[in-house]
Design a protein around this ligand. Sequence first.
Ligand code: ZN
Length: 322
Amino acid sequence: MPISRRLFVAGALSAPVLLRFGVLPAAAKAPVPTSQVLPVQQIKVGDAIVTAVSDGYLDLDISLLSNIEADEAERLLEQAFQDAPPVTTGVNAYVVHLPEQTVLIDTGGAGAFPQMGKLQDRLEAAGIAPADIDAVLLTHLHPDHVGGLVLDGKLAFPNATVHVHTAEFDFWTSIENRDAAPESARGFFDTARSAMEAAGDKVRTFDAAGEVVPGIAARELFGHTPGHCGYMIGEGEDGLLVWGDLVHAAAIQFPRPGVGIAFDGDPATAIATRQALFEEVAANRTRIAGMHLAFPSVGHVVKGSGDAAYAFRPSEWQYDLG
Ligand SMILES: [Zn+2]
């Protein structure tokens, strides 16, 4: 109902006035909140509704970044009104409520990192049962994306097929690759392989860009990992490109897309992929979401001002999903 002048004037005789005349009791002191209420947010994307879910967060030491000096990284954080390092980055997952099925993109990092693993509780709080998920689409097989696929030795989403790019599956399930990797990286291989083994015949690999489930198309965004993919829900400006790990430190990598991170398997390709996609989504006004953007992590990339190459514009809150 639009606000009319009459309603507006009537509203003047509301709580503050009644309180002054002793009609309402003064409120008791409420407890000081110590956590967020419910870190999910719904977004309308064409015919679909996307529920963004925070699985937790990750603190990144700036020594993980490449192609930037520490004092420049700190200056960019300060410019973005962020605390001094480490850089706190979100870890998100997305439920896509399509007309025909319910899809989960990535599963968070349960079991892999202590500040993660909130996905299951938050799905339950949002009224989404694990058994309701028909398909899990994985952007890649790093532990903060595949860690929540298996909980206590069982598939966390028992009715879901599991979709991943062939290049990603082959790389992380190879015993030869695991044994050739440095000791510090072997845990990544072990987590990925045991998750894929647990999923067994529910795994569906794909080896090219294109539709993975009706309404969602894979986009090859290689570099971070060998088969890293984004997923495009819908089309055009109404659509949403969930771009996986294109960005880890938003305050630094939007203004300086040439900055890499130690988790990038092929740093040069990861940087080239990021620069090309920034250019494309900024030109096409494509709405994006990212696993490591601050929750709720949905918005647009725009050309930056001054010496910043690009900037991120978070989407406005959607009041009405109709
Ligand atoms: Zn990640």
